[in-house]
Each structure stands twice: as structure tokens, then as C-alpha cells.
Design a protein around this ligand. Structure first.
Ligand SMILES: *Cc1c(COP(=O)(O)O)cnc(C)c1O
Length: 402
């Protein structure tokens, strides 16, 4: 085909919403000899990793580190705080919300699913209304995604906290921030989230295989009466051992070095700058989509995701075929589509260790691929993105010079 070569020249454009590009620094940090995971040298590494990740969740409480992908930390959040048959309130923002709900059902919980059309994020008022209806306070937890990766919807967590408070409801507040942590502003303590679920391979710029539970005092208290069966994911063994810098079983020792480096990189850049970069790249992507005359799957402009943009193709065009053509021709990977819109959209991930130039390259490829695939669109998407990025940089520079 167009590339005419068995070898992919240059770097792969990995525009999926995780795993994201591994920075060389993280890779090098993990390139280190094995040490005894019960020895004094290891305890120092563990302590540094455990302390470091707290600063990313913005919590002074413990954060548990699991040797598991994000799905494992989902399970950790549920089994450590709830009991069989407990009612939990969830919102169908998209595929990942549906998977978390399925897990809750499999574990013997009774999830109530507030449905959406997959094109709008969560309405905090809908949560408040459900909680107000629950006069006997039978709902034990509200479980939402901070960022629905499958549709590109960001949830206003602070507003949901207010909704729970306004309903004067005692439910625990469990939040999946897997595809937004270290990319979008997140405040575990300030927003009084009870369990925040994080993962390694998205904004944290690490390989897959590590995930997190940030835990509130209220969640720790709930843990004492939680009757769900648990073993590998049990907090009590973990928290006890973590206090002295150890784990109940062999942790992913090399990944802890990667985590320390990733956290250091985020603080060198400054978390606020990290969030501003993600917002800038997301807005540039949306400007490109608009200039192409295509539609963002998410229709609620106030909840557009800073890490992922889902782009609908015009009726009659197959998004999976488009992704395959772009991969074959230009060596770019996009995110797939799900649910009622399966085959109708593709997603551009713009999170992790990504800069302006990489995004412009990805958008340039996308514009060429749209042309090649014969998908009706207008020219000028990349130009619109470049104009926005230049303008975004000029603003602060001008302000600093004045
Ligand atoms: C990626 C993702 C998950 C699943 O994490 P795994 O690491 O694949 O197990 C869950 N929730 C959200 C929002 C995600 O983006």
C-alpha cells in the first residue's frame, strides 16, 4: 500500500488513550537491577513512591498501590467499602462506566444505572434527584468516572460532591480517575472523594500493570464493616505493610522506580502546567474537528475531555475501516468506538507525554487520512489547531513581557 515497506519508518503515532508514550526518563528509571523487596533499600524506594503518588491525587491520606491494571483498582474500591447486596448508583456515560457496572453486578452488588445517550456527560442534578428519592438511605455508594474515555466526557466531580451534600446523603463517593489523573485537575481531599481509582498507563506515563486506590477516612471506616469477599485487593494487609515500606506480596518493583520518575517529571513541569498543556491540546483538537466540519461525539461543551476527543464520521462511513487505513498508511493508532456508536467514531488520545508538535503531526496525519479515505470534510483543520496553539502560547508570553 501507500507506505510500500515492510518496515515502519520513524516513530509510531500512539494516539490511543493509554497506554501512552513512555518517556525515555521513565524507561531509564526502570532499567535497574533487582533488589530484595524485603530489604532496607527497597523500603526507601517504596516510601518515596507511596508519598509521591499522594501528591498527584492531592491527598494526605494513604494511597494503595496495586500490581494490577485499572480494572483491579476498580475491584479494590468496591470490595473494600461495600457488602453483598448493597445498592450503588452509577451513570452510563459510556463503555467504561458500563464495564464498572458489570463488575459491580458480578460481585453481587445492586447497581442502579442512570442512563445517558452517550453524547452528554453526567448531570449532577440527576444524581441529586436519585439520592433525594432514597429516603431510607439504602444507596451505599455513588460511583462515577471523572473522565469517560470511550466518549470523551469529563465529569464535574466538585459539583457531584455538592449534589451528594445537597441531598444530605451518607453514600460513599467513589471516582474512577484512570484516564484523567495527572492530566486534568483532580483533588481527592478537597472534593471529599472516598475512593479515587487511578491507573499507571495514561496520564502517569507508565507501562500498564499498576493501579491505585486513594482512600478517605470515611472509606477506611466503611472498610471495617465491608463484607464483600476480598483477598488480593484487601486494604488492611496493604496499609499495614506499607507503613514500614513493604508490601504483603512482591510488588512491581521496577514500576515503582518508573512511578517515582513520572511523579518527579510531573512536578518539574508543574501540575497546573500539565493541566494547561492537556487543555491546550484538547482545544486544538476540537478546533481541528470543527474546521473539518466533523462532529465531536460529546455534545456538552462544558464537559469536553482534556485527554481524549471522539470524532463522529458522516453517516455511511466506517470508522474502523478509517482507522485501519490510517494505521496501514501512516503508522498511527487511534482509539476504537463502542456501544450504540460502534463503528461510527474514532478517538484521538492527547494525554501523557505529548507536546504541541506531536499533536499537530497526529492531526496532520488525520487530515491526510480523511482525504485518502474519501471522507467528506473541509480543509484547514490543522491550520485551525496551529493558530490556536500559537495564540495560546502568545497570551502568557505577552503577559509576562508587560
Ligand atoms: C483505561 C480505563 C480503565 C481500565 O483500565 P485497565 O488498566 O485497562 O484495566 C477504566 N476506566 C477508565 C476511565 C479507563 O480509561
Amino acid at each position: 500500500m501507500a507506505q510500500n515497506s515492510a518496515r515502519n519508518v520513524g516513530r509510531h503515532f500512539l494516539q490511543i488513550p493509554g497506554p501512552t508514550q513512555l518517556p525515555d526518563r521513565v524507561l531509564r528509571a526502570m532499567d535497574t537491577p533487582m533488589i530484595d523487596h524485603r530489604g532496607p533499600e527497597f523500603a526507601k524506594v517504596a516510601k518515596k513512591a507511596l508519598d509521591g503518588i499522594k501528591t498527584i491525587f492531592k491527598t494526605t491520606n494513604p494511597v494503595v498501590i496495586y500490581t494490577a491494571t485499572g480494572t483491579g483498582a476498580w475491584e479494590g474500591a468496591l470490595v473494600n467499602t461495600l457488602s453483598p447486596g448493597d445498592r450503588v448508583l452509577m451513570v452510563e456515560t459510556g463503555q467504561f462506566a458500563a464495564l464498572w457496572k458489570k463488575m459491580a453486578e458480578r460481585l453481587g452488588l445492586k447497581p442502579e444505572f442512570i442512563s445517558t445517550d452517550w453524547r452528554h456527560g453526567i448531570d449532577p442534578k440527576a444524581i441529586e434527584a436519585k439520592l433525594r428519592e432514597d429516603k431510607n438511605k439504602e444507596i451505599k455508594a455513588v460511583c462515577v468516572l471523572h473522565n469517560e474515555t470511550s466518549t470523551g466526557a469529563l465529569t464535574p466531580i466538585a459539583e457531584i460532591r455538592k449534589a451528594i451534600d445537597a441531598a444530605d446523603h451518607p453514600a460513599l463517593f467513589l471516582v474512577d480517575t484512570i484516564s484523567s489523573l495527572a492530566s486534568a485537575d483532580y483533588r481527592h481531599d478537597e472534593w471529599r472523594v472516598d475512593v479515587s481509582v487511578g491507573g499507571a498507563q495514561k496520564g502517569l506515563m507508565m507501562p500498564p500493570g499498576m493501579s491505585f486506590n486513594a482512600i478517605s477516612d470515611k472509606a477506611l471506616k466503611a472498610n471495617q464493616n465491608a463484607k464483600m469477599p476480598k483477598s488480593f485487593f484487601a486494604w488492611d494487609d496493604m496499609l499495614g505493610m506499607n507503613k514500614i515500606g513493604f508490601f504483603p506480596y512482591t510488588p512491581a518493583t521496577l514500576m515503582l522506580h518508573g512511578l517515582i520518575e513520572g511523579v518527579a517529571m510531573l512536578h518539574e513541569e508543574g501540575l497546573d502546567n500539565v493541566f494547561a498543556r492537556h487543555n491546550r491540546l484538547a482545544e486544538a483538537t476540537r478546533r481541528a474537528v470543527k474546521a473539518w466540519g466533523l462532529e465531536n461525539l460529546n455534545k456538552n461543551a462544558s464537559q469536553h475531555s482534556p485527554t481524549i476527543t471522539a470524532i463522529l464520521l458522516p453517516e455511511g462511513h466506517d470508522a474502523d475501516k478509517f482507522r485501519a487505513l490510517a494505521l496501514e498508511t501512516f503508522n498511527i493508532s487511534y482509539g476504537a468506538s463502542f456501544g450504540p456508536y460502534a463503528g461510527k467514531y474514532f478517538r484521538i488520545g492527547h494525554l501523557g507525554d505529548i507536546n504541541d508538535g506531536t499533536l499537530i503531526g497526529a492531526l496532520g496525519i488525520t487530515e491526510m487520512a480523511l482525504e485518502l479515505a474519501g471522507i467528506p470534510h473541509k480543509k484547514g483543520g490543522v491550520q485551525a489547531a496551529m493558530d490556536y496553539i500559537a495564540q495560546a502560547h502568545a497570551g502568557p508570553k505577552r503577559a509576562a513581557a508587560e
